[in-house]
Each structure stands twice: as structure tokens, then as C-alpha cells.
Design a protein around this ligand. Sequence first.
Ligand code: MN
Length: 401
Amino acid sequence: MNAVANEPWGIDNLPYGVADTPDGGAQVVTRLGDDVIELATLAKSDNQRKWARTFGQSSLNPFIAQGHSSWKAAREWLHAILQDDARKDLVAAATKPLGDVDLHLPVDIADYVDFYASEQHATNVGSIFRPDSDALTPNWKHLPIGYHGRSGTVVVSGTDIVRPVGQRKGKDDPAPVFGPCVRLDIEAEVGFVVGGETEVGTRVSVDEAGEHLFGVALFNDWSARDIQAWEYVPLGPFLGKSFASSLSPWITPMAALEAAKAALPTQDPKPLDYLQGEGAFGLDLELEVRLNDTVISRPPYKEMYWSPAQMLAHLTVNGASLRDGDLFASGTVSGDSPDQCGSLLELAWSGTRPVKLSDGTTRSFLQDGDTVTITATAPTAGGGRLALGEVTGRVTPAREG
Ligand code: MN
């Protein structure tokens, strides 16, 4: 037990996850140090009927559906009980070592959208995919570009990633060929979990976004670059992305990230009015990407061009409603320097400068058996850093037939 502040998994973090219980059900849990605390068990013993019901569920969705005031109240209850000597026996009885717990996908994902909010990433990909045109498309600085992805294939961290199969056509191939992807990549991203349903026809402003942003998770948008390059014109990503996207098992509440709020980079030209407001802040998250045993990148989230609130405002500006458990991801996080890129496409510049690993091998794209792990930290109010839940996955060979 470690109810102190300013530590990676201290009292000012308290992320939410979902884990098995001994009786075969699942319940909502939080993490303190290297322990997991079962929140339905704890609420029951503390005579908190509402929280016992809310947390005695196999996903965070019923909690997310209760809205912002409930998220705040739950966090206040947790802060109080975890620091109360008089109730420490109740906490101890609900506590297990992290290693004994099996964590599930924490949210039943409703709709999933992926954005493209890093100017550096968009510039790099534009230069690689469209060398003869401007790197940024004419709309890029006027709206947060995104596409609707496949929520049903968002998987929890630790799930193996089967190499996808599909069509590709290299520029010198006379005709498309079919087979396992040969340019399998990662995208290091940050995901935002949304709650507080809205009606079709209404929209959420930049300044209302805070009421709907429940929490943050690390996200790997695995990408089959060869399938993507052949299929994406004119409608955007499809099968090159939809085979799997990995989500960390811990959702860090937005309330834990107050000290991480940061100014956005200068937005020039000024976005249209509906994309402006006090809620348009950035987040000072420092990501780290490991391929097997080698740290290959340290992407800085602080440099992202578009704010989460702007992405949410744009996502709903046409009247598209929000559902509890919606997930939108930031797009690949890439910084200014070559070792801050969130994809192998950029790190190895489309295969022209392979990345060296600590075992002496090199990678332009992922090989079968490779494991990719993304971690991140954020500043705390007291000058420490808290950890976001890691997202990891191992590539397994394509399946035949
Ligand atoms: Mn992506």
C-alpha cells in the first residue's frame, strides 16, 4: 500500500480498470503502488451502496454513464477512504498484488474515431506518401482530421496481434498481390474515453468538452502500411487499420491530469470560432516506445497541434451524438526530432534508415515475435510524475486460409 502523492501510482493517480473477482465475476478496480484495490468489494464493506452497484460491473460504462458529477464524487470517496486510518482494514481486505489480477478491456467501446493531430506526424507521412505534393493537406490547420475506426477490434493490452493479410500494390508491381502484410507498423497514440450521452442533432462546444472527457489511455493503432497505401484513396484508412488496436487496461481520470494541462502550440491560422475556447488545452504527457528491449522513441504529447476538446467539438459539430464509452484517439504522437516519432514508418523513414535494436538487429517494420510497449508519464501537482497504464502487444504470424 502506497497512499502517497507524486509517485507513478500514488494517491493522486488512481486510474480505473476492470478485473476478475474470485467468484468468477468482474469488478472495477484501481491501482495504488503495486497493488490493485477492488472497488465493489471496498464500497460494500464501507456501506456505499451506490458505488458497490456502480463498480460491481464488468466494464466502466455504467460508471462513465453517470456523468461528470459522479466521477468527481467517486474520486473524493476514494481519496478519503484510502487515506483514512480508521478504515485501513477495509482497504486491506479489498487489496491484491497486481500480479495476481487479470485485467480486462476496461470499457465497452461504443464508437471509435482516430484523429491525426500531430503536425510533425502529418508532415512526415505526407512527405513519405505524397512526395510530389504539399506535405500537409490544405484543410489540415483548419480542422482536426479524423476517420471512424472499428470499435469491435479495440483489444486490451497484452492481446497478441495476428499479422493481417490483404491486398497490396507496390509502385513497381504491375498488379495487386495478396498475402501477409510486409510493412506492419505501430502508431503510439493517446486515447480519450468519453461519457455523458448527447442527443443526435446537438453538439458539444470546446468549453463543454471537459464535462464529457472521462479519462485517458495509451493506445497503439497497429497499421499495415502496404495495405493502407493501396486502399486509402479516396476514402481513408480501412483494412490497413481495422484488424486490431490496443488499449491500456488503465484509464487515468482527467481529474488526475490537472497538473499536466499545458498551452497548445500556436495555431496559425486561427481556427474557426467553434474550435476556440478556454477548454482548448494541451497535455504534457511524455511517451516512451519500446520495441523488444530497445527504447526506439520518446514522443512528446505536449507538441500536439489540436486539443482533445477541439477534437471532441469537431467530432460533434455536425450534430453527431456522443455515447457512453466512445473512444477517440489523438493520432500518432510525433515530435520535432527523429527519435520522437511515434511510428516506424517515420523512425525508419519508409525503410530507408532502419532502426537499430540493442540485440544488433535492425527494423524497418515489425517482424513476427516482436513486442511493442508504450508507456507514459505526466506531471503531478507536487512535482513528481504519475504513470499512465502501459499498452503492449506481440506480433504473431499471419494465419493461413
Ligand atoms: Mn492512428
